[in-house]
Design a binder for this molecule. Structure first.
Ligand code: AMP
Length: 229
């Protein structure tokens, strides 16, 4: 099963991607993480991407698509976080999956109003080791500044400044919403109220996937219930 998770920055997409990856045994692929890694290592693609990234603009489609497709090679069952973000990326993704006999099975959209997104983003901290997402107000760690999962230090993203946040939200609503509609037209979209608690959002996503007829979700959820998780 291959799933896309859509949501503006601050919608809880990263947190839900981690949970779904564990629950459904999917491999998470986050385009933002791949880009941050490429920029930090000053790879040729990272050098091209950096100025776009720093401004909060979308990195050119070819660069980011190549990066994500490369990271997906050989993977069986993925959850995409942050990709595709433009219609061109969505077409390129569908095309290259079709070539290897695969497809996107479902696209989940976490809907959150802009005011809530702004408040969440200003309190967001990320773990250095694995990119786990925390929030001082809505999802704090037990020890301030330290990731609960792996004990690594947390950092505040350079593009989580107020001007850049606004710019990134603008891009999301203008460029990514048409991609959400693209999957709605294919009958693969599940809309979720992203303002609910983390656990409820997760349950609603699993229920939505089951309702779409994803048999592997039905079995994974049933298995967890039997084993009392
Ligand atoms: P994110 O971590 O998903 O918020 O992404 C951080 C930044 O990486 C974005 O503001 C863009 O500059 C860039 N980026 C991530 N994913 C994509 C994508 N699919 N297409 C273009 N740019 C992207």
């Amino acid at each position: 099963m291959n799933i896309i998770l859509f949501g503006a920055q601050g919608s809880g997409k990263g947190t839900q991607a981690q949970m779904l990856a564990d629950e459904l045994k999917l491999q998470p692929r986050a385009s933002g993480e791949l880009l941050r890694d490429a920029i930090a290592h000053e790879t040729p693609a990272g050098k091209i991407a950096k100025p776009y990234y720093d401004r909060g603009d979308l990195v050119p489609d070819e660069i980011v698509t190549e990066m994500i497709l490369e990271s997906m090679r050989g993977a069986n069952g993925i959850i995409l976080d942050g990709f595709p973000r433009t219609l061109r990326q969505a077409y390129l993704l569908d095309e290259s999956l079709a070539k290897v006999g695969q497809r996107i099975d479902a696209a989940v959209y976490l809907e959150v109003p802009r005011e809530v997104l702004l408040e969440r983003l200003s309190g967001r901290w990320i773990c250095r080791a694995h990119g786990h997402v925390w929030n001082v107000k809505t999802h704090p760690t037990r020890i301030p500044g330290i990731c609960d999962y792996d004990g690594s230090p947390l950092y505040h993203r350079s593009d989580d400044s107020p001007e850049t946040i606004n710019r990134r939200l603008e891009k999301f609503f203008s460029e990514t919403i048409p991609v959400v509609d693209f999957y709605a037209r294919q009958g693969k979209l599940i809309r979720i109220d992203g303002t609910d608690t983390i656990e409820h959002v997760n349950q609603h996503i699993l229920a939505g996937l089951s309702a779409l007829g994803q048999q592997s979700v039905v079995s994974a959820v049933a298995e967890d219930r039997t084993s009392g998780k």
